[in-house]
Design a protein around this ligand. Structure first.
Ligand SMILES: Nc1nc2c(ncn2[C@@H]2O[C@H](COP(=O)(O)OP(=O)(O)OP(=O)(O)O)[C@@H](O)[C@H]2O)c(=O)[nH]1
Ligand SMILES: [Mg+2]
Length: 1125
């Protein structure tokens, strides 16, 4: 097929029913880009001989060198299927876990996905991750089982064994999708039940619970992959072949005279051909017969490989070639590599592109089929309910569903990422052949310039001759023109330089409704934009081209150019109708990473993208030459915009920090900075490893595994320890032996007593995994306190209630009685995995769960809210600060519960007598003064009152507002309370799944052991000689791990590290030997074995904190060289 013209694609863009927006998803190296090559070759964009070798969509140099995809890129293809013509907007995505954010950006713009699975490796961690991502975005997947040739050539399986193997792979994939589907159906069922229950409650009916109801009713036939459903293709992308059952059913129905429909049902499954009866029978396995799939499909392929590659049997090949009716060129049959001949035959017999593209056209939905549910999900951010959106906004749902390109349809575009394009690569700057007229024009220009220059030379010489200061009259025009020309050329070169300086960003986007026109003005809706707000503030029927008044999170911009994305190239377009993927230029000032664009201010911003990987690897970056700092800053800003998940921060210390998802991602970011965005030499620090600080229960055994409390203490060291703990108590601070810390503010007006308690590990995990939910909870509480109504969706409320019950079930026993009800706040940042607990006797404050008591209880909650004590917020702020950076090395805390056991505020009038009053009295006194206001505001409110009532306390005023002091006091009290418990560091852990052969297993264990990794489990992959090892490894020890493993195993095993959890490092960084045994075992200093201390000191040193360490020990005067002489 020839190259599809641009006009053709433009024409196809207008028919959304025949558009398919799809992406290719898989684990790393399963062959996505190779498959994409085959599809691209079918459009004549690359030669079919190069398909699979070129990896056309890996356009970056490092992608080609490393052989992995790093950025997702799109290409539009044309395909004729039956009598219809289709436009396929195809996005190739990376499979490496470090780039999973690129997958998120791709999936958002698509309606369907091709999931590729390697026939040897089967379902891998990223396969599961991408299937989940497809689910989260409600897009439909089809399956390609790739690299079947490896089963023949590498594993040397027989066709029968291969069939069983393929069955297993299908089962694995279906198990993953099945899991996702079931949880969703159950969820939906629960929602429906709830609604029904409400109705029933009204009707007071009886109600029988039926668990299986939802699952049985739901239609899941489209969900599972099965060859007879037509959503599975078996392929070898590298050899260019692939087939679905349909193709073979078609071939054999003609050959054998069996109906295609029958074959379709029986080609995959436990059926066999009874040659005598000429019938297809069931029960191949039981009767020991060859299944139909093996006999009619696999055997043919196996014998072809055998003839062409293994035995190189020329005669047989010729026979096959004639029987298949394919044409083989002499060059191909004579080639020394038999694979060339093989792919020449196979790609004609079973062309991969045809099998995949017809499956895509038949099985994947068009933009017109977008489900209403998906639209609602896209349009509602966070906990909001769709029906709580303004009416005009809800009406936009229709526009989505219709996907209409009518003149009146509102334009809705979503930008999922920004990517940088070389200025030269933009179509408007691309070199194109000149027309005759232009050539003539240029010639004329050059001639004129030449004449001008001649004239200028003449005047110059004239000037030299006369030596006069003034320009002679007759030379003036010529002189002027030279000046003009020079200024022109100067300007030209300058603008060229500027052009080069300017990075061009193109937005990777999709039109959901309306027609995008070049130069059109649209609203840019920030993620926090609220259409209710916008509609109220903006005049009716106002458009983006009007001058718009200030609305928060809303701005206007024009789409300066729009492009068709064609892999490495862009084609400029005038307009793009709804349902297509496109590139938009000229948005870099307005859009940072992603955005929603619309002509209607009623449009809500789309829900944020679901990112799977958390960026965790941070490095500090410096320019080699300090003077180039501005370039670095600019470069980092551009990098931040061009990468969906990299983060760029400037820390208080002035360091420029880059946060990336992993080592490979980091490398790519640094390369980008060096070569593209900053174009300077930079140096990056060693990765900064994050830690968490926590407290634990007192350990029962000591460092030499002896039970505590039995041994004789080593007197001296013990004494030192005691002194330290006593030294903590001062005037304002009292630490009691049980760990309760009491601290008074400097002005002696307030006292808090706080105790730190370790949270059970399960609770910490629960809080950590629900941080988003807790954040939502906090937002809901905030709006409740402000007296706003709550538009929380039912699902969110349910999730909150579930979290509460889970917490209750985990926090049981005497110590934790009623804890959950009394949670005051979470922290740091109000959603972290630490708890502030209200154990103040008699202090009733509204619970964090107040949003759960809706309806009839709202009034009660409202009444409670008034009891919120003044300065309540200061305690919370102090807690937030304390949890944000702990005393060990200023890293955030995790898994600590701070229980506030006493909190007295001296009533200002009574403070002279230093009497305290009960909290209730105080609360009643200050009922009218609520404390949601900011601490500063409260402080100023408290300040004057104090001064008025008690003039002699002016001395106390020198400490500043009470609220501020209370924040500081709470923070300090928390820190001391933390230090009163056994402190521990927590290290971030990666999990990795490594596939390796038995020979390299030993070496791999060596590497893991050296890096303090732990093997979780190890199993043999069925049907192969591969082992799958799952291990965990501290992030701190992980740098260079993947490379080392690759080297040690000669490239056979390559692990992917995924952040998994935080783990307490068991050794105590402050440990000193206290018993005789320990003293004997570790010596006085005992710093050799203490890994936690090493980590802690490294962090402290990096942060410029005091490190208690002797640098020179047992120093001896060095002998000078002269002495040896
Ligand atoms: N034997 C065999 N090798 C294949 C096949 N398809 C792809 N490969 C090889 O597998 C390797 C990875 O292929 P890619 O297409 O780059 O894989 P990918 O899924 O795009 O990888 P990432 O983009 O990095 O996730 C390459 O060396 C290909 O040559 C196949 O059908 N059979
Ligand atoms: Mg790839």
């Amino acid at each position: 097929m020839g190259h599809t013209s641009l006009e053709k694609i433009i024409a196809l863009q207008r028919n959304p029913a025949n558009i398919r927006n799809l992406c290719i998803l898989a684990h790393v190296d399963h062959g996505k880009t190779t498959l994409a090559d085959c599809l691209i070759a079918s459009n004549g964009i690359i030669s079919s001989r190069l398909a699979g070798k070129l990896r056309y969509l890996d356009s970056r140099e490092d992608e080609q060198v490393r052989g992995i995809t790093m950025k997702s890129s799109a290409i539009s293809l044309h395909y004729s299927h039956g009598d219809q013509e289709f436009l396929l907007n195809l996005i190739d995505s990376p499979g490496h876990v470090d780039f999973s954010s690129e997958v998120s950006t791709a999936v958002r713009l698509c309606d369907g996905a091709i999931v590729v699975v390697d026939a040897v490796e089967g379902v891998c961690p990223q396969t599961q991750a991408v299937l989940r991502q497809a689910w989260l975005e409600n897009i439909r997947p089809v399956l390609v089982i790739n690299k079947i040739d490896r089963l023949i050539m590498e594993l040397k399986l027989s066709s029968q064994e291969a069939y069983t193997h393929l069955q297993k792979i299908l089962e694995q994939v279906n198990a993953v999708t099945g899991g996702l589907f079931t949880s969703k159906v159950l969820e939906e069922r629960a929602e429906k039940e709830e609604e029904k229950e409400k109705e029933r409650n009204m009707a007071c009916g009886e109600h029988v619970h039926d668990w299986s109801a939802g699952l049985e009713e739901a239609d899941d036939s489209q969900l599972y992959f099965s060859p007879d459903q037509g959503n599975v293709v078996f392929a070898s992308a590298i050899d260019g072949w692939g087939f679905s059952i349909q193709q073979f059913a078609h071939i054999y129905s003609q050959k054998m005279g069996i109906k295609a429909a029958v074959l379709l049902k029986t080609l995959w499954g436990d059926f066999y051909l009874n040659a005598k009866a000429k019938k297809i029978m069931k029960g191949a396995q039981a009767k020991g017969k060859k299944p139909l799939f093996v006999q009619l499909v696999l055997d043919n392929i196996w014998s072809l490989y055998d003839a062409v590659v293994t035995r190189r049997d020329k005669e047989k090949v010729e026979k096959v070639v004639t029987s298949l009716g394919v044409k083989v060129m002499a060059r191909e049959s004579r080639h020394s590599d038999p694979k060339v001949l093989l792919s020449a035959i196979c790609s004609q017999w079973l062309p991969l592109s045809q099998a995949v593209l017809s499956m895509v056209c038949e099985k994947l939905p068009s933009p017109l089929d977008m489900a209403a549910e998906r639209v609602e999900k896209l349009m509602t951010v966070g906990a909001r309910r769709f029906d709580s959106l303004p009416k005009q906004t809800q009406e936009l749902k229709k526009a989505f569903l219709q996907c209409s390109s009518g003149e009146n349809s509102p334009v809705i575009v979503f930008v999922s990422k920004m990517f940088a394009v070389d200025t030269k690569a933009l179509p408007q700057n691309r070199q194109r052949p000149l027309t005759q007229e232009e050539l003539a024009q240029r010639r004329e220009l050059a001639r004129q310039r030449h004449a001008d220059r001649m004239a200028a030379d003449q005047t110059e010489s004239h000037k030299d001759l006369t030596h006069t200061g003034t320009v002679p009259q007759e030379g003036q025009p010529a002189g002027l023109s030279t000046a003009k020309m020079e200024s022109l050329t100067l300007k030209d070169s300058k603008s060229e330089e500027e052009e080069e300086q300017k990075e061009n960003f193109v937005a990777f986007a999709r039109v959901y409704s309306g027609v995008v026109k070049k130069g059109q003005r649209v609203f840019v809706l920030g993620p926090k934009y609220d259409p209710t707000h916008g509609l109220r503030m903006l005049p009716e029927s106002c458009s983006a081209s009007d001058s718009v008044c200030e609305v928060p999170h809303l701005s206007c911009c024009s789409m300066e150019s729009i492009y068709l994305l064609m892999g490495r190239e862009l084609e400029e377009l005038e307009e793009v109708p709804a349902g297509n993927i496109l590139g938009v230029g000229g948005l870099q000032e307005w859009v940072l990473k992603s955005a929603t664009l619309s002509t209607s201010p009623a449009c809500p911003p789309f829900t944020p993208l679901n990112f799977e990987a958390t960026p965790i690897v941070r490095v500090a970056i410096e320019p080699k030459h300090p003077s180039e700092m501005p370039k670095l800053v600019r470069g980092m800003r551009l990098l931040n915009q061009a990468d969906p998940c990299a983060e760029v921060l400037i820390q208080e210390t002035g360091e420029h920090v880059l946060v990336t998802a992993g080592e490979v991602h980091l490398q790519r970011c640094l390369d980008d900075l060096r070569e593209r965005f900053a174009k300077i030499e930079i140096s990056a620090s060693k990765p900064i490893i994050p830690f968490r600080e926590t407290v634990v229960r007192p350990p029962k055994v000591d460092m030499v595994n002896e039970e505590m409390g039995r041994q004789q203490k080593v007197a001296i060291i013990h004494q030192v320890k005691e002194e330290v703990s006593q030294g903590r108590s001062s005037d304002n601070l009292h630490v009691d032996p049980s760990g309760l810390v009491t601290l008074t503010t400097p002005n002696k007006l307030a006292t808090v007593s706080i105790r730190a308690i370790p949270l059970p590990q399960e609770v910490t995990c629960l809080l950590e995994s629900n941080s988003e939910l807790i954040r939502t909870l906090e937002q809901v509480n905030m709006s409740l306190r402000e007296g706003k109504s709550l538009d929380v969706s039912l699902g969110t409320l349910e999730a909150i209630a579930a979290l509460k019950t889970q917490l209750e079930s985990l926090l049981q026993g005497r110590k934790w009685r009623n804890t959950v009800e009394h949670i005051w706040a979470f922290g740091p940042r109000r959603y972290g995995p630490n708890i502030l607990l209200n154990s103040v006797e008699g202090y009733q404050r509204p619970s964090v769960w107040q949003c759960l008591s809706r309806g009839d209880k709202v009034s009660e909650a409202g009444a409670q809210a008034t009891v919120l004590r003044d300065l309540d917020n200061s305690i919370v702020s102090g807690f937030q600060l304390a949890t944000l950076s702990g005393p060990m090395c200023e890293e955030p805390l995790m898994g600590v519960c701070f229980s506030v056991e006493r909190w007295d505020i001296q009533s200002l009038a009574l403070s002279q007598n230093q009497d305290s009053i009960s909290p209730e009295d105080l609360a009643h006194q200050k009922v009218e003064r609520r404390s949601e206001t900011s601490p500063q505001a409260e402080g100023s409110a408290a300040g004057p009152g104090q001064a008025r009532r008690r003039p002699e306390t002016t001395t106390a005023d020198c400490y500043g507002p009470v609220s501020g002091q209370l924040i500081a006091a709470t923070k300090e009290a928390c820190r001391h309370a933390f230090q009163a418990q056994p402190q521990r560091l927590m290290a971030a852990m990666y999990t990795c799944e490594i596939m390796a052969t038995a020979e390299v297993l030993g070496r791999m264990y060596g590497v893991l052991g050296k890096r303090e990794g732990r093997i979780l489990h190890e199993e043999m992959k069925e049907g192969t000689d591969m082992f799958i090892i799952k291990a965990i490894l501290p992030v701190a020890e992980s740098f260079g791990f993947a490379d080392e493993i690759r080297k040690k195993t000669s490239g056979l095993a390559s692990p992917q590290l995924v952040f998994s959890h935080w783990e307490v490092i068991s050794s105590d960084p402050y440990w000193v030997p206290t018993t005789e045994e320990e003293y004997l075992h570790f010596g006085e200093k005992a710093d050799s074995a203490n890994q936690a201390l090493k980590y802690m000191n490294a962090v402290r040193r990096r942060k410029g904190l005091y490190v208690e360490e002797k640098i020179v020990e047992y120093a001896e005067k060095q002998r000078t060289l002269s002495k040896n002489k």
